[in-house]
Design a protein around this ligand. Sequence first.
Ligand SMILES: Cc1ncc(COP(=O)(O)O)c(C=O)c1O
Length: 348
Amino acid sequence: MVPVVDLSRRGRRLAPQFATLAAQVASSGSILLGPHTDALERRLAAWSGGMEAVAVSSGAGAIQLSLAALGVGAGDEVIIPAFTAVPTASAVAALGAVPVCVDVLADSACIDPAAIGAARTDRTKAVVVVHLYGLPADLPQTDLAIVEDAAQAQGAIFDHARSAAVTYSFYPTKNLGGIGDGGAVVTADADLAAQVRMRRTHGMTEQYVHEVVSQNFRISELEAAWLLLSFDELQAGNERRRSIAAAYRAAAPGLRWQRQHPDHVYHLCVFRCDRRDEVRSLLHQRGVATAVHYPLAITRQPAYVDIARSVCPQAERWARECISVPCFPELTDEEVQTVASALSSIDG
Ligand SMILES: Cc1ncc(COP(=O)(O)O)c(C=O)c1O
């Protein structure tokens, strides 16, 4: 069976180098926010074209801290797309703010910029735009602060100064995937970066003096060391993902694929089909595992259904129809061929 993702392949490749680094970290006594974290932040800053970068404990934490630094708090509203991973919503809710869902575009699965105006109230403080599956989303023209949730889009965003902040997740399956949890805030705004940095450690400004209420969003040195190793492979990995996706699209041009974009980094390679169960089982019979990212729009999630204000038909349709097929750099050419040939047999 060709797996949707198999982290052990990358893990085996990086394990020998990581073993040395892990021993260094353990014997250094610098376990959290140490030299590897500093080096990771410098690497992120250079990679993003000279931005400020703050490494944190998760992608959700990166969104939460960016919004907090923008002044979002209890009772405020933040507009988000109705089709995304739940952490986009929970990062807002963790601040006591209300995630207000708007619909997504039928072809991109990303926020519909035209829907933002109608969802805006005098409590609205920000918009989170999600670059879903690795596709650079259209940014809205708005005077609201924008946070770009690029958890799934490392390498797809070149201009990190278009919005207030760009946030990343280093969850192990991500294109730049960690050996544990991790995330980062990348921003052109030095004050915002300083706020995030302070809030990363319980809002502490000097030893045991706490300026604002916050929690623990520290990243571990082991994670930072691993990410520095993986960074060297990010660009080639993204190129491999693009070529895998291109092979699938060429083999099955009649399927309803997510919108194309030259900078798409294919964290996930997704098409839509209104006979999802049947098609998944056909692919399974041909030796291809599939997954569903995600089966419910945020407006249908039990934890968020009560705060949904509008129906979001495109989000619900994506949730009903999306199918993710295997797409990660370590797939062999033979496996790619197996998937491509199975896809070509499907009647879109
Ligand atoms: C779109 C999106 N936003 C936010 C997150 C949250 O990242 P993390 O799991 O690192 O908190 C994820 C990943 O899970 C994600 O896919």
